[in-house]
Design a protein around this ligand. Structure first.
Ligand code: CTP
Length: 397
């Protein structure tokens, strides 16, 4: 199953490091090549000699080991593998990864790599449940890091709870899954995201408070399932995710043109907060306070991109998904919006200030489709994105 796959295995300093020895054996049994990297703390738990004997490879330990640099630079080492696995991933390693630190060989490789990374966290239950670790975990997930475990159970420290490293067969399954082609492979999906900026004159514009976080998370989740993603974004607070074709636009009109130029797509997700109007008499030069009174702005409606694509008679995507941010009668308003725009699904959410959803990290959405209204529990925006991407994969299967 893993024949010809090259895995760089980073062994962190935790009691579960002994399981990494078994992991090396099982991976090699499946035909994988394993290159171990042992952190200083990891070397307190397993010896370089046992790792080297089991992997039949040199064990890399020190960033400043000149012999290693002559043999293979750390950048090259981070790129040579097909997948990087961190097992055990301690609270300290996770924090360093989330913070982008590169103080030793393991963290430098993790920062320099362009390959996927799977972590198997392992730590005391209190450390796992600490808000700092949970914060780091969501940062890592947001960065596209794959996670397996931890499991709940008795811990070496005598406590009970989540924090035990996943068992070796589970880690192998997660590695298999990381190599499998995603369910959206070969599918082209379009995502719009962020606000639009509508000029008043060359220096001023009308905008809204959309950060682009939810649309970016959706594009990332779709790409993680193997989709070929065209990501059309207005000026958002967050950068476009890696691994997508990003098209940056300013205005609703430009967004419509970019969407129409994206070619044929299998599904389209309209997460952008498109301005409803633009200024028809926008100044060609900066509007001055010249004593002639206040400027008068005249508005015209912007094209409705979601409705335009939903109502296409030729080459309409098989699945068109819109969003509805509402403050009252959420389901009724969103259901009416779905009918009016003629999209297949609407993802509705309540953005009343008391929900804390707008600008927050969590979202509580209801998916409205032909099957009715399906309300999902409140969860992290990345988890909403992952669940939506999974549903899209099922719909396109
Ligand atoms: N949308 C779009 N183009 C527009 C306006 C909205 O593609 N010009 C899309 C959004 O990306 C979103 C959906 O339509 O998927 C709903 O946007 P929303 O602003 O909630 O709907 P409106 O049609 O503007 O309705 P209202 O403001 O009256 O609630």
């Amino acid at each position: 199953m893993l024949a010809d796959k090259h895995i760089l295995l980073i062994v962190g300093g935790g009691i579960a490091a002994f399981k990494s020895l078994d992991l090396v054996r099982r991976l090699r049994e499946q035909g994988a090549k394993v290159t171990p990297v042992l952190t200083k703390a990891g070397a307190e738990f397993v010896t370089p000699l046992s790792l080297s004997a089991l992997s039949a490879s040199k064990v890399y330990q020190d960033l400043f080991d000149l012999t290693d640099e002559a043999e293979m630079g750390h950048i090259e080492l981070s790129r040579a593998a097909d997948l990087i696995v961190v097992a055990p991933a301690t609270a300290d390693l996770m924090a360093k990864m989330a913070g982008g630190l590169a103080g030793d060989l393991a963290t430098t490789l993790l920062l320099a790599t362009d390959k996927r990374v799977l972590i198997a966290p392992s730590m005391n239950v209190r450390m796992w449940e600490h808000p700092a670790t949970q914060r780091n975990l969501s940062i890592l997930k947001g960065d596209g890091i794959l996670v397996v475990g931890p499991n709940e159970g008795d811990m070496a420290c005598g406590e009970y709870g989540p924090g035990r490293m996943a068992e070796v067969p589970e880690i192998i399954l997660a590695i298999d899954a990381a190599f499998a082609d995603g369910p959206l492979k070969g599918k082209h999906v379009l995502v719009t995201s962020g606000p639009t900026h509508e000029p008043i004159d060359p220096v001023r514009y009308i905008a809204n408070r959309s950060s682009g976080a939810q649309g970016t998370a959706i594009a990332k989740a779709l790409a993680a399932l193997g989709a070929d993603v065209t990501f059309v974004t207005g000026p958002a607070d967050v950068p476009p995710p890696s691994g997508v074709k990003a098209v940056q636009v300013q205005t609703a009109q430009e967004m419509l043109e970019a969407v129409m130029n994206a070619g044929t797509v299998d599904a389209a997700v309209f997460a952008a907060a498109v301005a409803d109007w633009h200024v028809v008499n926008a100044g060609e030069s900066k509007i001055k306070k010249d004593g002639a009174g206040l400027p008068e702005l005249h508005f015209a409606e912007n094209p409705d991109i979601l409705a335009t694509v939903s109502q296409m008679t030729k080459n309409r995507p098989k699945l068109v998904v819109g969003f509805a941010a509402e403050t009252n009668d959420v389901i009724a308003n969103a259901t009416a919006k779905r009918a009016r725009k003629q999209c297949d699904w609407i993802v509705a959410n309540d953005v009343s200030p008391e929900t804390g959803i707008m600008g927050g990290r969590e979202n509580a959405v209801t998916l409205i489709s032909d099957a009715g209204a399906d309300s999902w529990p409140r969860m992290h925006k990345d988890a909403v994105a992952a669940k939506l991407a999974q549903r899209i994969a099922e719909a396109l299967a």
